[in-house]
Design a protein around this ligand. Sequence first.
Ligand SMILES: NC(=O)c1ccc[n+]([C@@H]2O[C@H](COP(=O)([O-])OP(=O)(O)OC[C@H]3O[C@@H](n4cnc5c(N)ncnc54)[C@H](OP(=O)(O)O)[C@@H]3O)[C@@H](O)[C@H]2O)c1
Length: 299
Amino acid sequence: MELEVRSKIVQEGDVRKKRAVLIKEKTQHSGNLKLRDQIMQKYKTVMITGASEGIGRSFAETFAKKGHDLVLVARNESKLQELAIELKTKYAIEAHVFAADLIPVGAAQTLFEDVASKEITIDVLVNNAGMMQVEKLHNCDIEGLNRLIQLNIQSLVNMTYQFIGPMIKRGSGKILNVGSIASFMPTPNFAAYGASKAFVLSFSEGIAEELRGTGVTVTCVCPGMTETKMLSHAEGIEKYIPSFLKADPMVLAAEAYKACMKGDVVFLDKLANKLLVQWATHYPRWFVRGINGIFARIK
Ligand SMILES: NC(=O)c1ccc[n+]([C@@H]2O[C@H](COP(=O)([O-])OP(=O)(O)OC[C@H]3O[C@@H](n4cnc5c(N)ncnc54)[C@H](OP(=O)(O)O)[C@@H]3O)[C@@H](O)[C@H]2O)c1
């Protein structure tokens, strides 16, 4: 009799424990759903520049997976159309394509007007399109260099300028700018690229403070070496990088998404990148510059 009672108590205890676990899971699930609904209400539509390749493409997939509608921008229209169809089918979202070269002066304004004429509201702007040139300045193709400066700097500023106005009016929005670990140090052999990314970081941090209290947040994502076409085309750099240092663009995009939704101002992926940036910002500039110069001359 005593045994029966004891086993009943044990069974009841088990049931209670199971129920508690179920309730906890349910609460967490509905909590996640609530958070997801809140995100979707405020940040439904995301514009991604440079969405046809690499990190931009990974951003498109990441936002689509979370349920956001997309506005995809790059020059290659057929690649964007293919991606739009793929993501619409896979994730039941809306995806619009705007093929545009963002380099010419006025491109950002034209894009803004085109999007507005289709009555699309941009809640999140991902300024990802960028280009790189690996060469000593005096050996550079100056046309290419000017295009780099226009795309990495001028276009990013103009896109931000155009799209934050309506975000400020609505009291909500997000800007996600793609910088680089090169934002934190001089980069001999690709000096203009590094300097353009230093601009992106400084600009992002500056406007993040200007926009404080408006409901619009700015996040600067600073990736290290990431496995994309850009890296494989950056001759002379890729071969020196051990594979464990190279990031998978999908992993980077997923982590950057979280940082953007949290409203973090600066985001670095991978421990190695964080350590490198710690090193570059801890030591005096002459020392960091000198070490980077030695590495550049070894090449
Ligand atoms: N990969 C890395 O290791 C690394 C590291 C740190 C930071 N980043 C930064 O991450 C961003 C993306 O780089 P990624 O590696 O993904 O480069 P990527 O593979 O070369 O892709 C670049 C994207 O930008 C678009 N694009 C290029 N020129 C454009 C123009 N004039 N107008 C509109 N779109 C243009 C390209 O599409 P179309 O050719 O179709 O226009 C493509 O979708 C860049 O800002 C880059 O500086 C990359």
